[in-house]
Design a protein around this ligand. Structure first.
Ligand SMILES: C[S@@+](CC[C@H](N)C(=O)[O-])C[C@H]1O[C@@H](n2cnc3c(N)ncnc32)[C@H](O)[C@@H]1O
Length: 458
C-alpha cells in the first residue's frame, strides 16, 4: 500500500506489499531492478530511491521493505567487484546477453548470502522466484538456482583470495588514488569504502559535548557529534527544534577555514543543500548563498527554516551571476566527481568515469578564476571539493597560484580542524581521506574525502 501523499509515513513492520506473493519477494525483485538501473543505465541510486520521483515499485513498498532494499543495494554496490568475480568462478560459461535481470538477480542473491544476515535458503528461493517472474530471465532460473546453491556449498573456495580493495574499485580510480597517495593508502581508502559512513551532526550553537551526551554519541573532528546508532534522523532529540543538522565531519571543515566570520559579508558559492551555509549563518556571517539548482536550493531554504537561520538565497549560474559588491570571504564548494563520498554513495564507482573528472575540472578552473575577482583585498577564499582526485583539488590550486599574482596560499593548521594533522598536506592543504582518523587520539576513524585550500587576495 503506497502513501502517495506522505511517502515518509511509517507502517507497521511487514515484508510484502500486501499482494499474495512470497514475503520478501517484492523487495528482492525491486532491488535487482534498481541495481540494474544503476549499473547498466547509470541512474543515480538516490534518484531511484527518491520517495516522490524514484522507482515506482520502490515507492509502493512498505517501510521495512524499503529499508531492506536499501540495505541489499548497499552491499551489492559496495561489493560489486567481488560479487562479479564470484559469479565468474561459479559459472561454467558466460551468461548470454538479453537475459533480462539474470545477472542482477544473482548479484542480489549473493549480496544477501555473503554480506547480510539472511539465511541462504531464503536468498536462493527468492532469487529463483525473481528469475521465474521475469520473461527473459525465466529460462535461466535453473542456472540461478544452481549457481547460488553451489555458492552455499562451496563458499570458501568461491570466495578465497579475493582482493576486495582492487575488485570493488574501478581500475582508473585505484590508479588515480595510487598515483596521488601511494598504493597502500589507496587500498586503505578502497577498504574504507566497504563500510557505511557514520551519522555525523553539526551542532548549531557549538555545544557538542552536551549533545553527544544527550544523543549517546562522541565528539569527533572539529566539534561534530558522531552517533553510533542509525535510525530515523527526524525522530532524534533536537531535530524539530533545529539544534543540529546532518553533515559529515569532513564536510564541516572547509567553512571553519574562513575563521571568525561574525558580521562579515560571506559568499557561499555552490551552496545547496546548505550544510556550509548553515555553518556560516550560525557563526554570525551575512551569507549570500548561490546555486544553479532550484530544487536543491528549495532544500537549502527548508533546512535554514528548520534551523532558524537566514541567508540571502540566489538561484543562478555562477558563470553568469555577478555580485553587487565584493565579499570579505568566499567559500566555493565546486561541483565535482564526488569520489570522496563513496561511503555514502556506493553507486559513485559504477556511475563515474575518468572523463567526468576531466569535464568537471574544466568547470572548477572556470569557477575559481571567476569568483576570485569577487573578493575584497585581504579577503579569503576557501576552495573545496568532496573528491579524491588531485585534478579536482591540488592541481586546481597549483595551476591558479602559478598564473595569478593576486592570491597567496594560507596554509591550514591542525588546531583549526580539531588537531587532525594527518589530514594536512606538506603544502598546507586540507586533504581528508576515508581511512583517516577523525579524532586527535585516533580512536575514531572514517571521514568523507575532502580537499580544501585557503587563499588570500593580496
Ligand atoms: C558539492 S555540491 C554543494 C554542497 C553544498 N555546498 C553543501 O555544503 O551543502 C555542488 C553544488 O554546485 C552546484 N552547481 C553546479 N554548477 C554550478 C554553477 N555553474 N553555478 C552555481 N552552482 C552550481 C550544484 O547544483 C550543487 O548544489
Amino acid at each position: 500500500m503506497a502513501h502517495p501523499k506522505n511517502p515518509n509515513k511509517r507502517e507497521k513492520p511487514s515484508e510484502s506489499s500486501g499482494k499474495s506473493e512470497t514475503p520478501g519477494f517484492a523487495a528482492r525483485k525491486i532491488a535487482a531492478d534498481i541495481l540494474g538501473n544503476v549499473v547498466h543505465k547509470r541512474r543515480p541510486l538516490d534518484a531511484e530511491l527518491d520517495l516522490v520521483s524514484g522507482h515506482s515499485g520502490f515507492r509502493e513498498l512498505l517501510y521495512n521493505d524499503r529499508a531492506l532494499v536499501r540495505a541489499i543495494l548497499g552491499v551489492c554496490l559496495r561489493h560489486r567487484g567481488e560479487i562479479s568475480e564470484i559469479i565468474e568462478r561459479l559459472l561454467d560459461r558466460s551468461i548470454p546477453e538479453k537475459t533480462g535481470r539474470v545477472l542482477d538477480i544473482l548479484h542480489v542473491g549473493i549480496g544477501q548470502m555473503l554480506y547480510m544476515e539472511i539465511p541462504d535458503r531464503a536468498a536462493v528461493s527468492l532469487a529463483v522466484e525473481c528469475a521465474s517472474s521475469d520473461r527473459r530471465a525465466r529460462p535461466y532460473k535453473g542456472l540461478v538456482n544452481g549457481v547460488l546453491r553451489r555458492l552455499g556449498r562451496e563458499t570458501e573456495q568461491a570466495t578465497s583470495d579475493l582482493d576486495s580493495a582492487v575488485l570493488n574499485t574501478p581500475e582508473w580510480m585505484l590508479e588515480s588514488w595510487s598515483g596521488s597517495f601511494g598504493l597502500d593508502t589507496a587500498k586503505e581508502v578502497a577498504i574504507a569504502h566497504q563500510s557505511e559512513a557514520a551519522l555525523d551532526l553539526t551542532i548549531k550553537d557549538g555545544t557538542s559535548e552536551a549533545w553527544a551526551e544527550k544523543l549517546g554519541g562522541v565528539v569527533v573532528g572539529a566539534g561534530s557529534v558522531r552517533l553510533a546508532k542509525k535510525g530515523a534522523v527526524d525522530k532524534l532529540d533536537g531535530f524539530e527544534e533545529g539544534a543540529w543538522w546532518v553533515q559529515d565531519a569532513a564536510a564541516s571543515l572547509p567553512a571553519k577555514l574562513l575563521g571568525d566570520v561574525k558580521g562579515k559579508r560571506v559568499a557561499d558559492l555552490c551552496a545547496a543543500p546548505g550544510g556550509k551555509t548553515a555553518q556560516l549563518a550560525a557563526a554570525g556571517a551575512d551569507v549570500t548563498a548561490v546555486d544553479i539548482s532550484k530544487g536543491r536550493l528549495k532544500r537549502l531554504s527548508e533546512n535554514l527554516a528548520r534551523l532558524q537561520l537566514s541567508a540571502d538565497v540566489v538561484t543562478n549560474d555562477l558563470r553568469a551571476w555577478e555580485p553587487e559588491e565584493p565579499f570579505d570571504a568566499i567559500l566555493l564548494d565546486a561541483p565535482c566527481s564526488a569520489t570522496g563520498t563513496i561511503r555514502r554513495h556506493p553507486d559513485v564507482p559504477w556511475l563515474k568515469q575518468a572523463y567526468d573528472v576531466e569535464t568537471l575540472s574544466v568547470i572548477q578552473a572556470q569557477l575559481l578564476r571567476r569568483v576570485m575577482g569577487w573578493l575584497k583585498p585581504g579577503g579569503v577564499l576557501v576552495y573545496c571539493t568532496c573528491s579524491l582526485e588531485k585534478a579536482e583539488g591540488e592541481d586546481q590550486i597549483a595551476g591558479l597560484l602559478a598564473e595569478s599574482q593576486e592570491l597567496e596560499l594560507v596554509p591550514v593548521v591542525a588546531d583549526e580542524i580539531g588537531g587532525l594533522s594527518a589530514s594536512i598536506t606538506s603544502e598546507g592543504y586540507l586533504r581528508t581521506l576515508p581511512c583517516h582518523p577523525v579524532t586527535k587520539d585516533g580512536s575514531q576513524k572514517g571521514l568523507d574525502g575532502f580537499f580544501a585550500a585557503r587563499l588570500r587576495r593580496i
